[in-house]
Ligand binder design. Structure first.
Ligand code: SF4
Length: 389
């Protein structure tokens, strides 16, 4: 699923046959060669294929806008198989907008643990609170209102409006961009802003007034199971005869993407400090940023060329105002985020001076650490600590 972009001011409405495309903010720069000559046939073939081949997924059994919203947020950057258990647990714990709005923020993040991109969970709760305050607990069905909610961008708005409310609005995620780039043989990079807009405008010309949610899901499903990134299964594709990439024999060359930057690597160190009762010192991260509100062990990112021992002493002094002695390493974990990778090394440490102060911190037993939300990398360190008490 695509990551949503900045909130737009408008989403175009579907075109009547023969009408000219109007774009309220910026021209989408649709090229004549891109436009689908036979939209009705494409819609029919696609939806028929979807009805026969779609995967049975829990969020496809509901029309509840809240449940659809939760699923769409969870599916951003995350695989369907990973999302299913999280989705079911989340709805069990927070079955309504109201229950989510009133929940403890730590409980929301805990249910989200290991799903990544924790800002999504924080934004969901903020949006639920706004829906309670401004809309009496009902998710708004108007694009301007829904787009003002935290964490809801162009794609998510289109998905909720079309699937839950039957509004004919395009929902263009990464799968859809790939399908369209192949269908129309678009050789420009699909991660370019102008090309994204062009593709969205193209999809908007296809979205039918009748059952637009079904159509949008069909297009996404085609990208997810048939027009896959590496080896599209063209013989099974309902749109094969409409596909220019297939016709011209270069399905493997599309979509084109901009050259990726080298992903930086960061060395992260953590201190495992125990008190006389063998409880371990943990710290809560601030409520914003990549892993906001999650708990962790004291420590952080080493400066370039800094030794782990010296760096860990410096970071813990800055973080909690305490001195530590650094012992042997007890765990090393590699983890990749979207824009960087880390190697997290944890060291057995002893307190050599001072009392912790500054951020939220506590001495915690292993069971308490299990119950609190930690990032995936910190959870792996915690597992090593539990094995080697
Ligand atoms: S024919 Fe192949 S490349 Fe074209 S849309 Fe279908 S699966 Fe994708």
């Amino acid at each position: 699923m695509a990551r949503d972009r900045a909130i737009p001011n408008s989403i175009p409405q579907p075109l009547a046959a023969g009408a000219k495309i109007r774009w309220l903010q910026r021209p989408p720069q649709l090229k004549t060669k891109d436009i689908f000559p036979d939209r009705t046939r494409i819609r029919r073939k696609l939806v028929q294929w979807y009805d026969e081949h779609r995967r049975e997924l829990p969020w496809r059994r509901t029309q509840d806008p809240y449940a659809i919203w939760i699923s769409e947020i969870m599916l951003q950057q995350t695989r369907v198989e990973t999302v299913i258990p999280y989705y079911l647990r989340f709805l069990e714990k927070f079955p309504t907008v109201e229950s989510l709005a009133r929940a403890e923020s730590g409980d929301v993040v805990k249910v989200w643990e290991n799903l990544g991109y924790y800002a999504r969970a924080r934004n969901l709760q903020k949006a639920a609170q706004q829906i309670m305050d401004r809309f009496g607990g009902r998710i708004p069905a108007h694009r301007e209102e829904i787009l003002r909610l935290p964490g809801i961008g162009r794609y998510t708005a289109g998905a909720i409006l079309s699937i839950a409310f039957g509004r004919p609005v395009a929902a263009v995620d990464g799968n859809v961009r790939r399908v369209i780039s192949r269908l129309r043989a678009i050789e420009d990079p699909i991660d370019d802003d102008e090309v994204r807009e062009r593709i969205e405008a193209l999809v908007q010309t296809l979205v039918p007034k009748r059952d637009p949610g079904r159509f949008n899901q069909a297009l996404m499903e085609l990208g997810a199971v048939c027009c896959t990134p590496k080896t599209p299964i063209c013989p099974s594709c309902p749109l094969q005869t409409d596909c220019r990439a297939w016709e011209q024999g270069f399905t493997d060359r599309l979509p084109v993407r901009r050259k990726r930057k080298v992903i930086p690597h960061r060395q992260v160190v953590a201190a495992i400090l125990r008190n006389e009762k063998k409880r371990i010192l943990i710290v809560q991260r601030p409520g914003h940023g990549l892993l906001g509100s999650l708990w962790k062990f004291p420590g952080g990112i080493l400066d370039s060329g800094e030794s782990p021992e010296k760096g860990l002493k410096r970071i813990v002094r800055e973080e909690l105002g305490i001195g530590i002695g650094v012992g042997p390493s007890i765990a090393a974990v590699k983890h990749a985020y979207t824009h960087f990778r880390i190697t997290l090394t944890a060291f057995a440490c002893v307190l050599s001076g001072g009392v912790p102060s500054g951020p939220v911190w506590r001495w915690a037993g292993i069971e308490e650490i299990d119950a609190l939300p930690f990032s995936k990398a910190d959870r792996l360190v915690a597992a090593s600590v539990a094995i080697d008490p």
